[in-house]
Design a protein around this ligand. Structure first.
Ligand SMILES: [Zn+2]
Length: 216
């Protein structure tokens, strides 16, 4: 093992397939990179509260499975390549002058079951790498809601209504916010969170997701 690591000192593990590779880009091997569909897209969601919305990757079967593993199979380490992709997008689209990073919260009971909030992991990494402060535990989800993807559009809006709560409005007043989530399903979650942030004095909201299953 020692000899092998001396012979191949640069070989590292791809975070997506766990294979050893001599070349890693954003913690991802070339083969996995090719299976991902980088869109770097700005989209319009149905919201008067969100100023701009972006997502990085087009939704495909490969990514769908990865996101499922990220959220439901304990593969929390996937935040690293995913957040790197999001940082690439932030740089590509010149998203700057952001004052604070905020993640979409999940209910504390859901977080207890999962062991983490995937959007918080993404936000933590982005915050550290770009040296933007993170708001933690201020925006909270107080209502237990059903999984958005099991509902139709009307049910989704109703499901989320009044489900978020801001503990300390002072922290976000007059701020330009980067709001982070893993997946845009309809945009309803970004809308609800942005609504409460704007009502409490947020100046601008840039919503950024890893991907979008919404057909636009
Ligand atoms: Zn790979």
């Amino acid at each position: 093992m020692i000899l092998k690591s001396l012979l191949f000192p640069t070989r590292q593990l791809c975070y997506l397939c766990k294979e050893k590779t001599p070349y890693l880009k954003s913690f991802t091997c070339l083969e996995c990179n090719e299976k991902l569909n980088f869109a770097y897209k700005e989209v319009k969601i149905d919201s008067i509260y969100v100023d701009r919305t972006f997502y990085v990757l087009s939704y495909n079967r490969f990514l769908k499975e990865l996101i499922h593993d990220f959220k439901f199979n304990g593969k929390s380490y996937l935040y690293k390549p995913f957040a790197e992709f999001m940082i690439n997008m932030i740089r590509k689209k010149d998203i700057n002058n952001v004052d604070i990073v905020i993640y979409i919260p999940i209910h504390r009971r859901k977080e207890a079951i999962r062991g983490y909030n995937q959007s918080e992991l993404l936000s933590d990494y982005i915050s550290k790498q770009l040296q933007i402060p993170i708001s933690r535990g201020n925006l909270v989800k107080k209502k237990w809601t059903k999984e958005q993807n099991k509902l139709d559009r009307i049910q989704r809006l109703d499901n989320l209504k009044d489900s978020f709560f801001l503990k300390n409005p002072e922290e976000i007043r007059g701020k330009r916010i980067l709001l982070i989530d893993d997946l845009i399903t309809t945009g309803a979650t970004f809308n609800e969170c942005s609504k409460i942030l704007k009502i409490n004095g947020a100046k601008d909201i840039i919503a950024l997701a890893l991907t979008s299953s919404k057909t636009i």
